[in-house]
Design a protein around this ligand. Structure first.
Ligand code: NOJ
Length: 566
């Protein structure tokens, strides 16, 4: 695979993201280079060797643009600059160059559904920059008069709960926001907005970034007539944001087909640079994903179904097998992010155990996550780790008084999104070596054993296991490329073992409660076994190596997975 020469990549080369491995950096919490308690671009530069050693092909960095920070960076006040908190454009240039030196590509986060209310476009639209500017920018956003009897123009609710409309008292009109009132939605039916964004994309591509993760990719264009959504039931008092959302059939606010025209246009731009255009495609149905990912639209999109399952064989199997055909190779597989509880936290709770199993970092949650990740890493598409996943981390502990997520208090995802956003535990010392200063998000100190320093070079640590997994996946790239996207599921569709073949590779996981056999035939070479690679809760090292006795059948302990070449 030719790497890190996007401008010169001939069209007939395989797309660099096929079977690549990404790593999500939640910038504020990754690494703090200037000791102000906030992670920054300099911190990412300082950790590039760590990322290279882990074996990732690209890094997705969450927004670093100037922001008032009401949604911690997803409220952008200027799309073509860097917030001083995170560095400056020169730091970004240094990061891109240093990453490319290590064969790592840089993917940035685009937030096109909404701006910050501090953005000069919105300020101008409000009339704060004079009448001429108001005239020019008013239609960059979505304004409507109140409903005939007063109140919001339609019944839309926001993803963060409450009405999706806020009144501008000066004009007497409402503006639309699918998220916070300080995140006004752009009017993507205005061609001037689309033209601005063409320039924004080129600005970053010309600086050398290698792709974009598109925030709220199912949003952007809204129904032309802003019709009310059919209401399925009255909103119960005290309903969480998701319960409010689920009271409506979302026919008119999200997933409008016209958004694809935006991505077709962006695809043309990105293809000229060999850049990877992919979206936050929040749809849990493969048919919906198909609609979001037409062949001439974004190259790929995140598949969120695995983030919503418990450790239960049927659910795991379904989320893995549901995407078929061309869709399967356009998916990004991620088990954790800055928006969801970490997978080891989710998987440590078992429905059949009455949800009373404590989440244990060295326990079942992390082992189950690794087993799932083995299955995902060899499927067609792109596999993405979230920072700290390689350390087997569960969510950090954030005291109620220290929560910062704007949707934290009434969120139905446990403690809100703060727990998965706590600073990376790099080593010992105060704040686990993240910063000498109190981090922006206060959280409980993690035990040293859960830090990168403790796990680096330590036999059977999570970090070493993930390094081995990514090395095995990289070694198998030729097999994966030769096999193409064809996957044959070999487990019969039921039982505790989930297994598939992709060319010469056999990948199998035991998602049941007891050890299970995997038939292999003679001559299979073991490439990776999670129960050997990590401190697996059910197997001592000696047991683990004994299970690979020759004879055509291997024994997988529960919550483990392995890969063979046959
Ligand atoms: C998805 C982002 O991942 C999330 O963090 C953010 O709050 C919303 N989009 C709004 O931008």
């Amino acid at each position: 695979m030719t790497r890190c020469s996007p401008a010169s990549a001939p069209d007939n080369l395989r797309r660099w993201w096929a079977d690549a491995v990404g790593y999500q950096v939640y910038l504020r919490s990754f690494a703090d280079s200037d000791n102000d308690g906030v992670g920054d671009l300099g911190g990412v530069i300082a950790k590039l060797d760590y990322l290279a050693r882990l074996g990732v092909d690209f890094v997705w960095i969450t927004p670093f643009y100037p922001t008032p920070g009401h949604d911690w960076g997803y409220d952008v006040a200027d799309y073509c600059d860097v917030d001083p908190l995170f560095g400056d454009l020169a730091t970004l240039d240094r990061l891109v160059a240093a990453a490319h030196d290590r064969d790592i590509r840089i993917v940035t986060d685009l937030v096109p559904n909404h701006t910050s209310s501090d953005h000069r476009w919105f300020q101008a639209a409000l009339g704060n920059s004079g009448a001429a500017e108001r005239e020019r920018y008013r239609d960059y956003y979505i304004w409507r008069d109140p409903a005939p009897g007063g109140g919001p123009p339609n019944n839309w609710v926001g993803y963060f709960g409450g009405p999706a409309w806020t009144l501008d008292p000066d004009s007497g009109q409402y503006y639309l926001h699918l998220f916070l009132p300080s995140q006004p939605d752009l009017n993507w039916r205005n061609p001037a907005v689309a033209a601005e964004w063409d320039d924004i994309l080129r600005f970053w591509l010309d600086r050398g970034v290698d792709g974009f993760r598109v925030d709220v990719a199912g949003g952007l264009v809204k129904d032309e007539h802003l019709r009310s959504n059919p209401q399925l039931q009255a909103i119960p008092p005290g309903a969480s944001r998701w319960e409010q959302w689920d009271c409506f059939e979302h026919l008119y606010d999200v997933f409008q087909p016209e958004s694809q025209d935006v991505f077709r246009r962006w695809r043309t731009i990105c293809d000229r640079y060999g850049a990877f255009l992919h979206g936050e495609t929040y749809h849990l149905d493969p048919r919906g994903m198909d609609d979001l990912l037409p062949p001439d639209g974004m190259h790929g999109g995140y598949w969120f179904a695995p983030m919503h399952i418990e450790w239960e064989p049927a659910a795991i199997r379904t989320t893995l097998r549901a995407p078929t055909g061309d869709l399967a190779e356009r998916l990004l597989w991620a088990m954790s992010s800055h928006d969801m509880p970490r997978a080891p936290t989710r998987f440590a709770l078992r429905s059949d155990a009455g949800s009373d199993q404590p989440a244990a970092p060295d326990g079942w949650g992390a082992a189950r996550t690794l087993a799932f990740n083995v299955l995902a890493a060899f499927l067609p598409g792109t596999f993405v780790l979230y920072q700290g996943e390689e350390l087997g981390l569960i969510d950090g502990e954030v005291a109620v008084a220290d929560k910062l997520d704007p949707v934290g208090p009434d969120s139905d995802v446990g403690a809100g999104r703060d727990g998965c956003r706590t600073p990376m535990p790099w080593g010992d010392g105060p704040h686990n070596g993240f910063s000498d200063t109190e981090p922006w998000l206060r959280s409980a100190q993690r035990p040293y054993v859960h830090t990168a320093a403790a796990q680096d070079g330590a036999a059977r640590s999570w970090l070493e296991a993930y390094r081995d997994l990514l090395a095995a996946q990289r070694d198998a790239r030729h097999d994966l490329e030769t096999a193409g996207a064809t996957v044959t599921w070999t487990d019969g569709g039921e039982g505790p073992v989930i297994s598939y073949r992709r060319g010469r590779l056999v990948v199998a996981a035991n998602v049941g409660d007891t050890a299970s056999e995997v038939p292999l035939g003679d001559g299979a070479t073991l490439l990776f076994d999670s129960a050997i690679a990590c401190r697996h809760p059910s197997a001592a090292p000696s047991d683990a190596s004994a299970q690979h006795a020759p004879g055509g059948v291997d024994l997988l302990p529960p919550a483990s997975a392995a890969v063979w070449r046959i």
